[in-house]
Write a protein that binds this ligand. Structure first.
Ligand code: TMP
Ligand code: ASP
Length: 248
């Protein structure tokens, strides 16, 4: 690999962030570690980082083409994303188009019920407190973001949902919900960061309704990597596959 990685700046549960020689650029390394329950359940799955980096790069590119600012600069090789350096905001911004997951455990919604407009939920990204759901007053009181930033985050999130839902449905995938994270760049602009992958989204096959995301791991089912590979296969075009010499 020709990438020159500098100091390790941050190690998360599934990704590492390295400084590069450019002050405002970092390399995001997508690891093969997969966790659930705030890291209590943990395994390593070969090729997970590889597929997640390809899927994230593709979805960030789709968003950039729709004029949404993301951290993405380039994917010099699968598993490694050259990105703008961001000061991350510890909010998990969750958008829900179809009722699933923790929403059904907490509220009397019907499984599969659709939301139009979608529900936007903000959780505190904090394993120690188990990522509790927030409201605007708590976000402001904790000093996580300003009210102007929150307004921008909501606006961008709604746009991201529209762009991705449309793209994925055309590729044969339903997009029940997803989690994104934002940061501030060196000019204090709000920029989409982190990743958009089967680790952080629900993807269901539109025809069969098969689960193609980390819910398989959360539920202890098999075929996790095969599901991630299927998502990559469905959303990457022939040019992407040729570029990475992928033979699906
Ligand atoms: P939930 O239904 O379990 O709250 O998950 C909502 C969405 O957020 C789902 O697409 C998966 C994603 N997610 C994360 O990215 N990280 C997490 O820690 C959790 C719990 C969910
Ligand atoms: N973020 C949680 C963890 O790493 C996993 C989840 O997505 O459920 O433990």
């Amino acid at each position: 690999m020709n990438l020159e990685k500098g100091n390790l700046l941050y190690r998360g549960k599934a990704k590492d962030i390295y400084q590069t020689s450019q002050q405002e650029q970092v390399i995001v390394k997508f690891r093969d570690d997969i966790t659930a329950g705030d890291g209590e359940k943990k395994e390593t799955m070969g090729l997970k980082g590889y597929y997640n980096s390809l899927i994230s790069a593709k979805l960030f590119t789709i968003l950039e083409n729709a004029l949404i600012k993301t951290q993405y600069i380039d994917l010099p090789e699968p598993g490694y994303m050259l990105s703008h350096k961001l000061e991350m905001i510890p909010l998990e911004v969750i958008t829900r188009n179809i009722a699933a997951g923790s929403l059904l455990r907490r509220f009397p919604f019907q499984e599969g019920q659709t939301f139009n407009p979608p529900i936007i939920q903000m959780d505190f990204k904090n394993d120690e407190y188990h990522d509790p759901m927030l409201n605007d007053d708590i976000i402001l009181a904790l000093g996580l973001a300003t009210s102007d930033e929150l307004e921008i985050i909501r606006e961008i999130t709604i746009k991201i949902n529209g762009v991705l839902k449309n793209f994925l449905e055309n590729k044969g995938l339903l997009f029940p919900d997803f989690k994104i994270e934002f940061g501030r760049d060196c000019d204090d602009n709000i920029v989409l960061g982190d990743e958009i992958s089967p680790d952080t989204c629900r993807f269901w096959d539109r025809e069969t309704k098969d689960i193609l995301d980390k819910d398989l791991f959360r539920k202890g089912e098999s075929g996790v990597i095969e599901a991630y590979q299927k998502v990559a296969n469905m959303i990457l075009d022939d040019e992407d596959k040729k570029k990475w010499s992928l033979d699906f």
